[in-house]
Design a protein around this ligand. Structure first.
Ligand SMILES: Nc1ncnc2c1ncn2[C@@H]1O[C@H](COP(=O)(O)OP(=O)(O)OP(=O)(O)O)[C@@H](O)[C@H]1O
Ligand SMILES: [Mg+2]
Length: 289
């Protein structure tokens, strides 16, 4: 299954869309909340259910011990989003000041996420926050650059509004160059369209010269539930957002498979320690605490 990283130019719906995709996928799924500006699901969707003792920040210390320690910490810091533990969350940073400590953790965390996708069969989604540039390159502490370089797909989330497209125009070229020179190729880049505003998918694709790999409807009630938590709105299970998110996961899987075939790159295999640890986790399912 693919590892898909989601980014935006500015607050377009990365966290909401990543959560929708994770909850909608037909397969086991994992959302890694890796926005260096801090995670919002803990205080929002999860309404404070998960304490600061759980989550991404704690992987930094484990990584310094080695791959097996990181894999173990990763497994123990996952939070199940459903009873069966098929949908899991790695909760994000509670304080943006913690991001610096993660810069050397990203490469090995990326390896762990690929093992979850390719060996443990999870649809993996990364909330990578807003794109921050420094001299035309991805900023090394304000973006989790190694996660973007190694992702099978990088989705720039945009809306069909002039404001959103104007901001996206400035980052699309640097993103493409970054993925061509340091990532898995410029064709890893695609768009996820939130259908707000007048521009249709083909117009957005033309404007940004990038394919639209998925589209989600603009549905404030369901999006508000993902942002703030609480009770799902009426008709949630049949909502357009959930249904289209499910379709989008299939489209993303197909796009990632096409890339793999075109590029003839093999499915990566992780280190023995990481693979073994995560295989046991996959067999066991999620657990709370
Ligand atoms: N499909 C949608 N339909 C309606 N509203 C949406 C949709 N997606 C997101 N929103 C709303 O837009 C706002 C921003 O969404 P979200 O927090 O997901 O953006 P973000 O890109 O993660 O922002 P940030 O960069 O600040 O973390 C929220 O109020 C959310 O409920
Ligand atoms: Mg966000």
């Amino acid at each position: 299954m693919p590892v898909t990283a989601l980014v935006s130019a500015k607050s377009c719906g990365v966290t909401t869309s990543a959560l929708a995709l994770t909850l909608a996928s037909k397969r086991p799924s994992l959302l890694a909340e890796c926005d260096p500006a801090g995670g919002t699901l803990r205080a929002g969707f999860l309404q404070g259910e998960v304490g600061a003792g759980q989550g991404l920040y704690h992987l930094a210390a484990a990584e310094r011990t080695g791959p097996e320690a990181l894999a173990g910490a990763f497994a123990s810091h996952l939070w199940p989003l459903d009873e069966a533990g098929h949908r899991k969350l790695l909760p994000g940073l509670t304080d943006p000041g913690q991001a610096g400590a993660l810069s050397r953790t990203w490469p090995m965390l990326s390896e762990v996420l690929h093992v979850m996708a390719e060996e443990a069969g999870h649809d993996v989604f990364i909330d990578a926050g807003r794109v921050a540039l420094e001299s035309g390159r991805l900023h090394t502490s304000l973006t989790p650059a190694p996660l973007l370089h190694q992702a099978d797909l990088v989705l720039l989330v945009v809306r069909g509004t002039e404001q959103s497209l104007t901001l996206a125009r400035h980052i699309i070229e640097p993103l493409r160059t970054e993925l061509a020179e340091r990532g898995s190729g410029m064709d890893a880049l695609g768009l996820l369209l939130i259908e707000e505003g007048p521009a249709r998918a083909h117009q957005v694709a033309d404007a940004l010269k990038t394919p639209v790999l998925g589209a989600l409807p603009f549905e404030p009630a369901v999006a508000g539930f993902y942002t703030n938590g609480g009770r799902p709105p009426r008709g949630y299970a049949r909502s357009g957002l959930l249904r289209h998110a499910r379709t989008a996961t299939e489209q993303l899987e197909a796009a990632a498979s096409r890339r793999r075939i075109q590029q003839q790159y093999p499915v990566r295999t992780g280190s023995v320690q990481i693979s073994g640890m995560l295989q046991r986790l996959a067999e066991r399912g999620g657990r709370r605490g």
